[in-house]
Design a protein around this ligand. Structure first.
Ligand SMILES: [Zn+2]
Length: 119
């Protein structure tokens, strides 16, 4: 069963959600960048806290690449909003559907196509 087209109200709500997500992601990435500064190995901190710092840095790197991907998807979605194609799957061009977009406004694919890509 294919999803319904978005109403103008839903479209506007999701557009706002995308704009908010873009600002949030940019702010979070700025913080992550600060946290990803190289560990200064000359600073006399204990061995344990140095390990902590390195571990922390690796976690920050991992979450940063996830955030980068999400931010790119948000930008791509805002672009499709401008061209009037927002809310349609980039693969099959069917409506993605409001419930899925409400959970993930930057989702580029419908559930079927997303599932096919992950298999
Ligand atoms: Zn699709």
């Amino acid at each position: 069963m294919s999803a319904e087209e978005l109403t103008p109200e839903q479209l506007e709500e999701l557009h706002q959600a995308l704009l908010t997500a873009r600002e949030d992601l940019k702010a979070t990435l700025r913080l992550a960048n600060d946290g990803a500064k190289p560990v200064d190995l000359d600073t006399p901190i204990g061995r344990l806290s140095r390990m902590d710092a390195i571990q922390q840095q690796q976690m920050t790197r991992a979450s940063r690449s996830t955030l980068d991907i999400k931010l790119r998807q948000v930008y791509a979605s805002l672009e499709t909003y401008r061209t009037g194609e927002y809310g349609h799957c980039r693969t099959c061009e069917e409506p993605i559907g409001y419930p899925r977009l409400k959970a993930r406004p930057e989702a580029p694919f419908c559930l079927d196509c997303q599932g096919a890509r992950e298999r």
